[in-house]
Ligand binder design. Structure first.
Ligand code: SAH
Length: 359
């Protein structure tokens, strides 16, 4: 694979363009074009400069390969990377704007028992530019511009663990929020982590005040270990300390994701234990009914049970919401789209192989 031009900041592109013997204002044209989601071959500069860039850099590092539209307007995208890997993303429509969910890795090595992204393990990290390009491509495809963006909010909740790809994710966040670029405010960005404590602490010092979201999914370490292998490395109390530090440094309240899994974490006693754990903390809880993944044996709770759980939190003064599951008719849970697509391709290959064996 060649290098990724979208990895670079505005200042780095300027240095590159000058090193190619071009005038400084060309850097602005190149950067603006890239932020509009253009391929290098579409940039409004001389064909000589385009050719020289394409010698070193991927023309289109992230290509929209398939688009699926759900009944509720949610769009899902399968993206093709330059090395043939596939990743997925979602664009959800809300009253206040459109939220895009992006991937940070191809696959994931965290091994959460309910998640489809980890089924094949980690293939590789995405570069900063590959993460950014998912947004640039969707903003363009959805008819957005830099002034009037079709993507207004970003969540790092696609496949991958953002803090397992720390450097690239931080570079991506700096470029995403840069005033030279698509300029999405950190306040409109949510980063979800399974709770890698050292990276959470390091991130507190980066000066990026986004919505830090932690996948909790359990109220005790013992129960958390049953569904999240990362719980063998970090305890819930350490996670809470790291969250407190983030609040202290940024003034941003933090968010816990809690997916309700029948027979695991969703009883009234769990709700009460969660209240005890979080009482008085500047946090919010996002409940979601487990999105059942067919390769996994875990089941969701009923809507009624989910509301009962929410009721316990609310009654006890914990800020919480039960999130609607969006676009479930087109493969809701994380990693499902890619997993389904890979499986279809594998079935297809198997089928074709079967054919040739017969002849
Ligand atoms: N690696 C990050 C981001 C991953 S996905 C993290 O762990 O936070 C975003 C959220 O979806 C996480 O809270 C994750 O635990 C949750 N999730 C994954 N699979 C799910 C499923 N099948 N049903 C409900 N939530 C799921």
């Amino acid at each position: 694979m060649k290098k990724i031009l979208q990895d670079l900041s505005y200042e780095e592109i300027e240095a590159l363009i000058l090193s190619l013997g071009e005038r400084k204002f060309r850097a602005g044209q190149v950067y603006l074009g890239l932020m509009q989601g253009k391929k290098i071959s579409e940039l409004p500069v001389s064909s000589l400069l385009r050719e020289r860039l394409i010698e070193q850099f991927e023309d289109e590092p992230v290509k929209i390969y398939k688009t699926y539209t759900a009944e509720d307007g949610t769009k899902k995208y399968l993206f093709l990377l330059a090395d043939g890997n596939l990743i997925e993303g979602v664009l959800m429509k809300y009253k206040y704007g459109n939220t895009q969910c992006v991937s940070t890795q191809v696959g994931c090595r965290m091994g959460c028992k309910f998640c489809a992204s980890t089924l094949g393990g980690l293939i590789r990290n995405l570069t900063a530019g590959e993460i950014l390009s998912q947004i640039l491509a969707v903003n363009r495809a959805a008819g957005g511009t830099l002034k009037d963006r079709a993507v207004t909010n970003v969540v790092l909740m696609g496949s991958g663990e953002p803090f397992d790809n720390y450097e690239n994710v931080v570079t991506f966040l700096r470029n995403l929020t840069s005033e030279h670029g698509i300029n999405i405010s950190a306040r409109n960005v949510s980063l979800s982590t399974c709770g890698l404590v050292p990276q959470m602490k390091a991130f507190s010092g980066e000066g990026i005040p986004l919505n830090l979201t932690v996948s909790l999914h359990a109220v005790t370490d013992a129960e958390r270990k049953r569904t999240m292998p990362v719980a063998n490395r970090y305890r819930i109390c350490e996670i809470l300390d790291a969250c407190a530090e983030y609040f202290k440094k940024t003034g941003r309240r933090y968010i816990f994701e809690y997916s309700l899994i029948a027979g695991e974490n969703a009883d009234e006693a769990h709700a009460e234990a969660l209240v005890k754990l979080l009482k008085g903390k500047p946090c919010h809880v996002n409940l979601i009914r487990l999105n059942e993944v067919k390769e996994r044996k875990l089941n969701s709770v009923s809507e009624k049970e989910a509301y009962r759980f929410l009721g316990v939190l609310e009654k006890n003064g914990i800020s919480a919401t039960l999130r609607r599951s969006m676009g479930s008719d087109i493969g809701g849970a994380c990693g499902q789209l890619r997993a389904n697509h890979l499986k279809e391709s594998a079935d297809h290959a198997q089928h074709c192989k079967g054919d040739t064996d017969e002849h």
